[in-house]
Design a protein. Sequence first.
Length: 236
Amino acid sequence: MSNTTDFRVVVLISSNVEWQVVCKLFPDVELQVSPFGGWFWVDLAVGGHIERVVFFHGGWGKVAAAASTQYVIDRWSPSLLVNLGTCGGFEGEVERGTVLLVKRTLIYDIVERISDLAEAIDHYTTELDLSWLNEPFPISVCPSLLVSADRDLVSEEVSGLRDEFGAIAGDWESGAIAYVAVHNRTRCLILRGVSDLVGGQGGEVYGDPDLFTEYTEVIMRRLVDSLPAWIAQSFE
């Protein structure tokens, strides 16, 4: 099943915990291997027909996210690339469980001391074309900017990210995935559920991986359940 014509939709899953939840949702699939992580395909009922969809473990962090995004585009040339996952929300700005429909990504952990920092950040800021989506959306979402960095949110930086960029949540991979997809002219849909909140007193799941796993399972189940309806809009 490696032929580039086999699949129109590829779903990237980033973190190990998110991937474990997805694999539990499809226990009978045959897991394949790639240079980045496991992958499998399933047949989903989409708008009255069966769509064969790849779920691919792209890995956590910007390096793995960028490389695996390019890999799946080169291998399968999907018409739609989807990233389902979690993010950390800013306490007081968004509620846990909110699903962000990402319309813009920004990578903020850039340190530029030679030239212009704002110019460097702008270079890795990506606008996603979501004009193909129609309301009402399959589930309740909050269209939003999502900021990315190779680190969990730092409590002391949350207010600055909110004030400078208008951000309400952050993750590790979305900025890299969106950047690569747009540069390949590949339609990209990023849906990230707020698994936990971070504020001045820290993060509610920091130091508690079991709680993070519990919250992640709820979000990933909801996102996967809604996936066929999102795919249907892409091919209308």
